[in-house]
Write a protein that binds this ligand. Structure first.
Ligand code: NAD
Ligand code: MG
Length: 383
């Protein structure tokens, strides 16, 4: 089997760490040929020196000399946002794995597609903002979009290509740290409490999104685009143990699920080795300690993110991008202790209510809606 040559965008983040672990674990199947990060020079240099990736990109151009001084070999170096798009088009790469938080991964994703590389997508923002444009571009160019997000990777495994026979896609959600917190107490939860995810160890933005359930909302829209399934067939079930990563109910009423511990190395590896399964050093489930799997219906009234996401996904056009952008601004304001927890969804609701949706937007219209929503959300939270 051929070794997959992978460019990793977002190499210094939580998914970046896990991807580097997978590459180390299955060297006969995966080679890192490019690494990109925003500004963490130290961490990027360590990863580069370890993998000897032939290409490295730092978006923060002011630190390029510092990066050079820390490298123990001479890779090709790219800089800035344009460098990020260049490394996504790297000659000889088979796949670009996008693990950039926020929307900066969108342009490089389209560039990777244009040059015929498969995408492994962790950054759900890309499909939420521009699901139609990205999936269309991939289809036109004949490249694959492989999901890294654990739920979508699970669905991808269960589906095994049988999209037309699906009745429902059931995304599992841990419920986050406030799964059982009474509604009136949500007003007073702290940043520290919100950052304590019960089952997953992730970057700060997605951890707050897991507490509000906006993460699951974004994932509903992501699933809709990835698998071409209507929003009315995408559902959410609370599953506090995070062992069942999602399920697919087929036309005959049978439901398939994918199970593993909550470790992102599982979905990352499958995205890279698909359609093969390859031995690794990850721990399989131990049923002597794992004795309970629970499921419950989400508290839709207390956590409005799911209904907002359904509304955005059903309306389509620019509304999902608006929801995503307003949420990003509100999460940053919450992390900076400028707003309270419920103000995150109040901000998103306000901005969505005032948006005039553009149907079938091109990239320009999507980016304009994104900018508009950021400005409106900033005004709402009085930044
Ligand atoms: P993180 O905050 O830990 O890391 C973010 C990475 O993005 C860093 O490497 C940073 O350098 C890079 N980055 C940020 N802004 C950039 C920019 N403007 N240009 C280039 N690079 C930039 O985030 P994370 O938790 O690893 O999440 C990354 C993405 O994966 C997010 O979209 C998240 O929703 C998704 N995701 C994460 C997990 C998880 O377990 N962490 C699970 C599923 C999906
Ligand atoms: Mg997920």
């Amino acid at each position: 089997m051929k070794r997959k040559r992978v460019v990793l965008l977002g190499a210094t983040g939580s998914i970046g760490d896990s991807t580097l672990k997978v590459a180390h674990d299955i060297p006969e199947r995966m080679e890192i040929v490019g690494l990109a990060a925003n500004s963490n020079v130290e961490k990027l240099a360590i990863a580069a020196n370890k993998t000897r990736a032939p290409a490295v990109c730092l978006v923060d151009e002011r630190k390029i000399d510092l990066l050079r001084s820390k490298l123990e070999y001479e890779p090709k170096i790219f800089a800035g946002e344009s460098g990020l798009c260049e490394i996504a088009k790297l000659d000889g790469a088979d796949m670009v794995l996008i693990a950039i938080v926020g929307t900066a991964g969108l342009h490089p994703a389209l560039d990777a597609i244009e040059t015929g590389k498969d995408l492994a997508v962790a950054s759900k923002e890309i499909l939420v903002m521009a699901g139609e444009a990205v999936t269309q571009a991939a289809q036109n160019r004949g490249v694959k979009i492989l999901p890294v997000d654990s739920e979508h990777n699970a669905i991808f495994q269960c589906l095994d290509g049988r999209t037309s026979e699906v009745r429902r896609i059931i995304l599992t959600a841990s419920g986050g740290p406030f799964r059982e917190t009474p509604r009136e107490k949500l007003e007073y939860v702290t940043v520290e409490e919100a950052l304590k995810h019960p089952t997953w160890n992730m970057g700060p933005k997605i951890t707050i999104d897991s507490a509000t359930l906006f993460n699951k909302g974004l994932e509903m829209i992501e699933a809709h685009w990835l698998f071409g399934v209507g929003m009315d067939r995408v559902e959410v079930v609370i599953h506090p143990q995070s062992i069942v990563h999602s399920m697919v109910e087929f036309a005959d009423g049978s439901t398939l699920a994918q199970l593993s511990y909550s470790n992102m190395c599982f979905p990352i590896q499958y995205a890279v080795t698909w359609p093969d399964r390859v031995a690794n050093t990850l721990p399989p489930l131990d049923f002597s300690t794992l004795n309970k799997l629970e499921f419950a219906i989400p508290r839709y009234e207390d956590f409005p993110a799911l209904n907002l996401a359904r509304r955005a996904g059903e309306a389509g056009g620019t509304l999902p991008a608006v929801m995503n952008a307003a949420n990003e601004v509100a999460v940053a304001a919450f992390l900076n202790r400028r707003i309270r927890f419920p103000q995150i969804w109040q901000t998103v609701t306000d901005v969505m209510d005032r948006h005039r949706t553009v149907a079938h937007p091109d990239l320009g219209a999507i980016l304009a809606a994104d900018q508009w929503a950021r400005a409106e959300a900033a005004r709402f939270v009085k930044l």
